[in-house]
Design a protein. Structure first.
Length: 367
């Protein structure tokens, strides 16, 4: 396992699209730029729609297998039985066009999903795959608090690495606990893959007050660069995953990660001030991952509803928020149709109190 500070990983969740289809031509261009710059880590998952197949086309078919490493993930959200869960590995290999996976993860461990990974015996299954040489390293991606992380790492010291949500906005956020989770992983000596360093894109366009601070301190530097450099400067990092969606974002990421320089004391003071400003933010911190959408019995487009509500919460644009809300619920799937079954909250990586938030959205936006 490597421990090269500043290493960049290509997150393949928010790929460029043409309409609903992934734009494989643009993705191929991004893959080539990434490899040419000396980076090798690609991170996909079974539940990232079309991502594994696009990775086969843009990466696996076009480059020698030993010139890159692939991480993909097994998710019980789409596999409620042990048999279905075990089948996922074969499906992933087929989609990717590979006969081994470099990094295989149990996906999105939360207080709600952890039990199903235990119940289905999937930790042992991962180790079996590793013994057979079909997987090189095993790990898990994690979205809960330090107590559960401690419990998981004590129960499964065999894991090679952990994947954690770490960014400057969530460092002390009590719902995400980036710092506390980072410290637990470090205490167990586990290399860390960082996900969501830009918080689902939110830190690429922070509040105007933060933009002004950053523009003043480093004119011309992208706001995403601050977020990624913060994450990449931490000790013990295997890589920082950036979910790049177009060539422009790839070029920007490479410009400061190729010859990486951690944030200095003056820049860290800017981050600290940005954190204070974000502490007063009122928006719903949804990253539009859509994990909650699949299992909702009322088919509520939860991220669409929250994106609409944020227009009202952040910009006070009530008319626009109501128009976006109407578009999100045009199939009759109103926020007020929620039956409070809790399925969405079990899988939400951001630990959002979705039921309560939907009630507020319904009150504000349904007229
Ligand atoms: S709690 Fe409401 S929004 Fe969440 S899955 Fe159940 S019905 Fe859908
Ligand atoms: S509410 Fe949570 S699970 Fe649903 S899209 Fe937003 S962040 Fe993802």
């Amino acid at each position: 396992m490597t421990d090269k500070t500043g290493k960049l990983g290509f997150g393949l969740m928010r790929l460029p699209r043409r309409g609903v289809k992934i734009d494989v031509a643009q993705m191929s261009q991004m893959v080539d730029l990434f490899l040419d710059a000396g980076f090798t880590y690609f991170d996909t998952a079974r539940v990232y729609q079309g991502s594994e197949t696009a990775t086969r086309k843009a990466l696996v078919k076009r480059h020698p297998r030993d010139s890159f490493t692939i991480a993909t993930k097994l998710n019980t959200m789409i596999a409620p039985t042990a048999r279905m869960a075990r089948k996922q590995f074969e499906t992933s290999c087929k989609n990717l066009g590979v006969d081994y996976v470099d990094h295989y993860l149990l996906h999105n461990l939360t207080n709600g999903t952890y039990k199903s990974y235990e119940r289905l015996g999937l930790w042992d299954y991962l180790l079996d795959l590793k013994r057979q040489g079909k997987v090189r390293n095993v790990g898990f991606s994690f979205h809960a608090g330090p107590e559960l992380l401690e419990q998981v790492l004590r129960a499964h010291p065999e894991v090679d690495f952990v994947q954690l949500q770490i960014n400057y906005a969530d460092w002390e956020n009590p719902r995400i606990t980036s710092r506390a989770n980072y410290e637990v992983a470090r205490a167990h000596g586990k290399p860390i893959v960082i996900m969501e360093p830009v918080k689902g894109g939110a830190l690429a366009k922070p509040a105007s007050e933060i933009r002004a601070l950053m523009d003043d301190a480093a004119p011309g530097a992208s706001y995403a660069s601050w977020a990624i450099r913060f994450a990449a400067g931490l000790d013990g990092i295997m890589c920082v995953l950036s979910g790049m969606s177009n060539v422009e974002q790839m070029t920007d990421n490479l410009s400061y990660m190729r010859d990486f320089r951690p944030l200095d004391a003056r820049e860290m003071a800017v981050i600290q001030r940005a954190r204070e400003i974000l502490g007063n933010a009122r928006d719903i911190p949804c990253t539009a991952c859509r994990y909650c959408v699949e299992g909702c019995p009322r088919h509520i487009l939860i991220p669409g509803v929250f994106a609409a509500m944020n227009k009202q919460l952040v910009g006070g644009q009530l008319a626009e928020a109501r128009a976006d809300y109407r578009a999100a619920v045009d199939a009759g799937n109103f926020a007020s149709a929620c039956i409070a079954c809790g399925k969405c909250e079990d899988v939400c990586p951001q630990n959002i109190q979705i039921i309560a938030q939907l009630r507020e959205c319904a009150d504000a936006l349904e007229i």
